[in-house]
Write a protein that binds this ligand. Sequence first.
Ligand SMILES: Cc1cc2nc3c(=O)[nH]c(=O)nc-3n(C[C@H](O)[C@H](O)[C@H](O)COP(=O)(O)O)c2cc1C
Ligand SMILES: [Mn+2]
Length: 496
Amino acid sequence: MAFNDLREWIERLEVEGEFKRIEAEVDWELEIGAITRKVLGQEGPALLFENIKDHNNTKCTRLFTNGLGSRRRLALALGLPKDTPYREIVRVMKERFSKPISNVIVKSGPVKEKIVKGDEVDLYQFPTPKWHHLDGGRYFNTFCGVVTMDRDTGEHNIGLYRGMLGSKSTIPVLLAASQHWGIHFAKYRERGEDMPVAVVYGGDPTLFINASTPHQHKGYSEYEITGALRQEPVELVRCETSNLLIPAKAEMVIEGYISADPNTYEMEGPFGEYPGYYGGMRSPKPRIKVECITHRDDPIFMGSLEGTSPHRWAESAHYAAAGFCAVAWNFLNLVGVPGVLGVWANPVTCSTNMRVQIHKMYRGHAKQVANALWSSSLCNYAAKHLIVVDEDIDIFDEEALEWAMAYRVNAGMGDVILFPGTIGSMLDPSVPLEQRNIFKYGQGKWTRMLIDATKNWELERQEQYGGDIYPPLATDITPETEELITRRWKEYGLDS
Ligand SMILES: Cc1cc2nc3c(=O)[nH]c(=O)nc-3n(C[C@H](O)[C@H](O)[C@H](O)COP(=O)(O)O)c2cc1C
Ligand SMILES: [Mn+2]
């Protein structure tokens, strides 16, 4: 069921009519970004650019993008029918994430077909787009898996963290202290060591979905969660210059390290970021110093357009909300919050606004949900605004949600709670820029808000409400009347 590599994934997309080769020459500077933006807006196909300006004779000539740029293709990547709704996708991801599948270590694989080391390393050999017009440079890391290891436990983490083309062998990055690689980095830094890093490009898309998902994974690695998502073990090989493990069938891997010495920092940013605005403004940042590149013959490079605003979509918007909500749901179960029936976020908010549906069992239940979610590593980017609803409100139905916000929220009765001074996205422009200095603070700063849109149990039961705390729903039609009017419908002349 799982895809062995990027090439199998592309073949499948082609069969499904979800793929387009672009043979016309295109410029890496803005043209690829603009084409991708338009295609995303039309829910159009995955794209393979085969003729890129300045890259006809480089070691890598092709760039694949937009592989996960629609719900249909996300479903296909998970081995589900193309028309699977998000409701089902989130449920499947939640199930799979909770049952890790061990990886296997193999001796070699296609990713080792070519090995380039030392002075021969030249990142300009890869067709790296300048995606948006005010980006600080060409962005090399936009759809990849950044692999690091906990130096004490050996646990591997995979994250998707942006990185700019700095020079032939350097990629400055946006390294938040509260992200998993930031936690790894602190352990190396405390011992005066550089942190080994490997970055994976091209492969089974589940790896990259996981890289962008804030998993809780103590005791096992993110490769095991990838195994779970693809329902088959991931095959791994060792790096050439470190003992990091990387997928054997990737298109390409860069190996290097990050130093904590500010003298090594390089200018990075800004970049068109997920809120739809430029973010992570220009400043000196730590960099990946690349020492080795291993790749397939004729490798396919990967990249992704970021930034979502109303009716303008990014690739990650199509899959990130599903992953974040699946993780949130599992976490609520793990810490023992009862009665959780579902979690969802409108993808345009990338889970900044998150919704939880509960079967309310006691007063304070919604606050318990908020406390739990705001304690998890999901908090780096998600659930700034949390809306909790009762079981009769469908969290996938925008209309139902608006209605619940209108009539089940009384801010004066404790239904709206603010929690100031928490960590939050360093890329949220509603927060003063100086409050988002990650060198000083490690991450951004959010005032979180809970909107408890469940019925408030402080309301008194009323006899005239039939003994309930809310009046009866007036939009209901009684079964007897329903039966009567159905029977007589033709008679009313309303059938045409
Ligand atoms: C295209 C893209 C770029 C991203 N860039 C960054 C980044 O530069 N820094 C960051 O902290 N998170 C970034 N993220 C979000 C992380 O991938 C996400 O929070 C993930 O959970 C990180 O993995 P971790 O939980 O193992 O740390 C990006 C996500 C996407 C989809
Ligand atoms: Mn992680």
